[in-house]
Ligand binder design. Sequence first.
Ligand code: APR
Length: 262
Amino acid sequence: MTSMDPVAEAAAILAAAEYAVALTGAGLSVESGIPSFRGPDGLWTKYGQPSNLSYRVFARDPQDWWEKRLSDEVTPGNPTYDLKDAVDNAEPNPGHVAIAELESAGIIRAVITQNVDDLHGRAGSRNLLEIHGNRNYLRCIGCGWRRPRARHAITDVPPLCAECGAVIKLDTVMFGEPIPRAVLDSCFAETQRCDAMLLVGTSGAVNPAAQLPLVARERGARIIEVNPEPTQLTAAADVVVAGPAGEMLPLIVEAMALDRRN
Ligand code: APR
């Protein structure tokens, strides 16, 4: 790492990149009022991390799962309620907007997000890969049918797919659930193609998402990390912009405009 200002160095890497990709995590949405999962105020820190058997428990008794889920969504004092309450009241923050601006400027070519809060889409990101799904959608575990939850009233539990009869679940990927093939293949394709990866607000604790920066780096991509704290991915970063995404990403966008004027 050079002695260059990290914001300027990150801007220079992005400006020089042919195909930069962003990988984002819960930290990007903290300034939108949504708690992260790990760290002092994390949801898993408060309630414990769900078991890796979560998906198997769902599949074994989807009716029981749905009954508990629908109850938890309206009963304070559980992670489902806390996350739903925060996301229902959240707006994209300047960090989401900066990433959308970088995509509009042709700098960021794809956004891979671990977040299910839909804030990238609402901020205007277009080539968006939601590797852990989107909390506003339902998905059939049989045929992959997928619809906004607002357009599909859940009258019976478990809801069954009209297309194939299999059980419908929330689109959000559960612990222990295989990530849908199409989105996973796209995430790896974008990773293979990128020559720079902008990591924002992720602890790098969960695979396969945490593998993506390492795959990119092995192929010679430059890695930028934006995070107020060191993470499991910091060692792989060429430059670390230590600070909150909502402040640091707009500074990088501003520095890029300066970079273009020189
Ligand atoms: N700006 C940028 N980063 C921040 C900010 C902020 N304002 N606040 C916190 N962070 C950082 C933390 O330092 C931490 O490194 O965001 C990261 C959040 O880490 P996690 O809570 O582990 O979130 P994430 O990496 O997205 O988790 C990955 O784990 O439980 C699963 O499905 C869940 O998608 C999630 C996955």
